[in-house]
Ligand binder design. Structure first.
Ligand SMILES: Cc1cc2nc3c(=O)[nH]c(=O)nc-3n(C[C@H](O)[C@H](O)[C@H](O)COP(=O)(O)OP(=O)(O)OC[C@H]3O[C@@H](n4cnc5c(N)ncnc54)[C@H](O)[C@@H]3O)c2cc1C
Ligand SMILES: NC(=O)c1ccc[n+]([C@@H]2O[C@H](COP(=O)([O-])OP(=O)(O)OC[C@H]3O[C@@H](n4cnc5c(N)ncnc54)[C@H](O)[C@@H]3O)[C@@H](O)[C@H]2O)c1
Length: 441
């Protein structure tokens, strides 16, 4: 048995940051990662970074082969950098092996036929999530059907692509592949895409995606998937049989707790496989934490990083910040243009506050829209007129993934909308239009 001050299971965002922090303080740390292809976790290797690299490459008019080569180069560089960041520390042992709990604070690791037990005074579970596999007959047995991880390995783009699931992953890949010249069809059982957004904004987004050549087959279940030679047939309830060269399925991601041996511990699981934690990300076992996607919170890299802040504070005697204090988490969907949101949506705000003002400004009216030669999109802000505080914003337009963070800061710090309305911004920028949209309140 090898003993450590901190044992991290899974090389995710929160865990690797805790490992580096504790090692700097002279603590003995182990990090167990089951695959060398995953040093740095999902975001670096199969998630945010490779997909956004592909999107930028396509924006820069690279073809599929060039875009894929750029993606692969960025991923291998960051994978190596992440490994080196931990491995170069004399206080960290990185084990490339599958970890399985044998008791509350002991995991067994096995690699290359060798088995070892590691014990942590503090244990952090950061095993992330994996692609959900729906029980559709033929989904796992048909040729040319991929999840988002396998799909990124293709060396050649299909001519026609069916995407089952029009969520974040589905829409980002749909827009990307349409730009690369692929005929894309999105199939979803929801009646509309982007269901949590204001209806008119979701419809606007769908319109832009359709202009990009994407077809939508919504409000339908998929009965079966099978092959017709090399082609994939998706048999849908509402639209009958649809045929594609390849199919991507992206219908959510499930916590990675299967095969982790948690039945040998007192750690509790929810029915959907996520780990039950308190507001410090602590499991039912003292000093055993679960962070990132595996604990059932929002599945974003920056939420995993925020779990790090919570656990790190707790372990250093600062219990001021908990997950219950985490509010106004912004998000962006990287379609073209990017769709970003923070705080309440229009209807939520109107239901919660008696005196709400909502203002919208089309990108077509913005000087930077003309400069960018891209008039698509809309900025919408929602304000409580009784206090002048901002309740929410949807920024749909180029670079909104950057600007949305400004609004989050304003909401968190209770900066009244009048401040942003009258603030000096650089020109010509997308951000300066916050002056004008708040002027409409
Ligand atoms: C295609 C795609 C695009 C995405 N785009 C974005 C985006 O733009 N922005 C954003 O914020 N989020 C995005 N996400 C979500 C984001 O990637 C995840 O929320 C985030 O990476 C989760 O990090 P984590 O800390 O939970 O762990 P992860 O980074 O998932 O790390 C978990 C690690 O644990 C390892 N592991 C699992 N089980 C074991 C075991 N038993 N033993 C040893 N190791 C194990 C895994 O191999 C993995 O490396 C995207 C996800 C995908 C799939
Ligand atoms: N830009 C980003 O920040 C970003 C990008 C990609 C992924 N992510 C994260 O990864 C998570 C997983 O992404 P995702 O796209 O897999 O999940 P998702 O929850 O965003 O979307 C899943 C989609 O699948 C659909 N669906 C479910 N069952 C279906 C069925 N039987 N047939 C057809 N459609 C069905 C749902 O209606 C939904 O539209 C996201 O929730 C997000 O947290 C974030």
């Amino acid at each position: 048995m090898v003993k450590y001050d901190l044992l991290v299971v899974g090389f995710g965002k929160a865990g690797k940051t805790l490992a580096a922090t504790f090692a700097k303080e002279g603590k003995k740390v182990a990090v167990v990662e089951e695959s060398s292809a995953m040093y740095g976790g999902t975001c670096i290797n199969i998630g945010c970074i490779p997909t956004k690299t592909l999107i930028v490459a396509a924006d820069n008019k690279k073809d599929f082969t060039e875009a894929k080569a750029t993606r692969d180069a960025v991923v291998s560089k960051l994978n190596a950098k992440n490994f080196a960041m931990l491995d170069s520390s004399p206080n960290i042992d990185v084990y490339t092996a599958h970890a399985k709990f044998v008791s509350n604070k002991v995991v067994e690791i096995s690699a290359n036929g060798e088995t070892k037990q590691l014990e942590g005074e503090i244990v952090v579970i950061n095993t992330g999530a994996k692609n959900n596999v729906l029980p559709i007959p033929g989904l796992t047995t048909s040729k040319n059907v991929y999840d988002s991880t396998e799909f990124q390995k293709l060396e050649k783009a299909p001519k026609t692509l069916g995407i089952i699931g029009g969520g974040n992953i589905g829409l980002e890949f749909a827009n990307l592949y349409a730009r690369l010249g692929v005929k894309v069809t999105v199939i979803d059982f929801a009646p509309g895409i982007l269901g949590r957004e204001d209806k008119d904004i979701a419809e606007l987004a769908q319109g832009y995606l359709e202009e990009a050549g994407i077809e939508f087959k919504l409000g339908t279940a998929t009965k079966e998937i099978r092959n017709n030679g090399e082609l994939v047939v998706v048999d849908t309830e509402k639209y009958g049989e649809l045929e594609f060269e390849a199919v991507l399925h992206a219908t959510g991601r499930r916590a990675n707790t299967e095969g982790l041996g948690l039945e040998n511990t007192d750690i509790e699981l929810r029915p959907n496989g996520t780990i039950v934690v308190d507001e410090f990300c602590q499991t039912a076992v003292e000093n055993v934490f679960a962070v990132g996607d595996v604990n059932g919170g929002l599945q974003f890299t920056y939420v995993s990083l925020d779990d790090f802040r919570v656990v790190n504070g707790y372990l250093h005697g600062n219990k001021e910040y908990t997950t219950a204090d985490r509010k106004n988490v912004p998000y962006s969907t990287f379609i073209s243009p990017a769709l970003s949101h923070v705080g309440l949506h229009k209807e939520e705000a109107e239901a919660a506050y008696p005196n709400v003002a909502v203002a919208s400004l089309p990108v077509a009216n913005m000087p930077r829209g003309a400069v960018n030669q891209d008039p698509r999109g809309l900025f919408r802000v929602t304000v409580d007129k009784d206090t002048n505080l901002i309740l929410g914003a949807t920024l749909f337009g180029k670079n909104s993934e950057e600007i949305i963070n400004l609004i989050k800061m304003a909401i968190d710090n209770k900066i009244p909308y009048t401040y942003i309305r009258d603030q000096i911004f650089t020109h010509p920028t997308m951000a300066e239009n916050l002056n004008d949209v708040f002027k409409l309140i």
